[in-house]
Design a binder for this molecule. Structure first.
Ligand code: AMP
Length: 199
């Protein structure tokens, strides 16, 4: 596992909060947590102890990694806030998403439900508007994200989205490939600084 470049210190993980997910996905989430810790990348995540997000955060923490959870007050019980890691409590979903964005140099998207979809679509829409150049890496286990990529392509085919939008993310099919993909996708520091327009 190579070391991340200097301009890549923190990685936000968007992923499902369901404990009923396929155990293989929960294992993959834990593997990612350990991979981030091994690369000394700080995990920024939704602050809960459930589903893939809990598995990823607990594994990163147990491997000695840095972890920051960001959770809205009203979800602290429902998503079983993790007490063992640094956690910031916010007032709303919007505040959570904005803080997760601001705190993160790059993003990883694991399989998830409607919440994960909402988060990543907003992130990619900001990318489409050139509001940021932060790398976005999808863990496309068993083609989980293929229907979403096909929908994006459909909007391109219909001339509703520019073709180069399809270059806005990197898709990998194994967890070992995630950190190298983040490293490869990290913009040069000068570019990163000039694209900090999301406020
Ligand atoms: P899900 O993929 O539906 O399991 O949700 C994954 C995570 O996304 C959960 O922690 C949700 O609380 C979170 N989430 C859902 N909608 C939003 C939103 N609009 N803003 C921020 N987080 C959200």
């Amino acid at each position: 596992m190579g070391q991340a470049p200097a301009n890549l210190d923190s990685v936000c993980v968007f992923c499902g909060a369901s404990d009923a997910a396929d155990p293989a996905l929960l294992t993959a989430a834990a593997d990612l947590g350990r991979a981030l810790a091994a690369a000394d990348l700080k995990l920024i995540y939704g602050g809960g102890g459930v589903g893939l997000m809990g598995a990823c955060a607990v594994a990163a923490h147990q491997a000695g990694g840095r972890v920051l959870g960001i959770i809205p007050h009203f979800l602290k019980e429902k998503e079983r806030r993790l007490d063992v890691v640094e956690t910031i409590t916010v007032t709303s979903m919007h505040e959570r998403k904005m803080m997760m964005f601001e705190q993160s140099d790059a993003f990883v998207v694991l399989p998830g439900g409607i919440g994960t979809l909402e988060e990543v679509v907003e992130l990619l829409s900001w990318r489409r508007l050139d509001l940021h150049a932060k790398p976005v890496v999808f863990y496309n286990a068993d083609d989980f994200w293929a229907p979403l990529f096909a929908l994006f392509q459909h909007t391109v085919d219909q001339k509703l989205t520019p073709p180069d939008f399809m270059k806005s993310w990197i898709s990998v099919s194994s967890i070992e490939d995630v950190v190298p993909a983040l490293t490869a996708g990290a913009p040069a520091p000068a570019v990163a600084e000039s694209m900090s327009g999301v406020t």
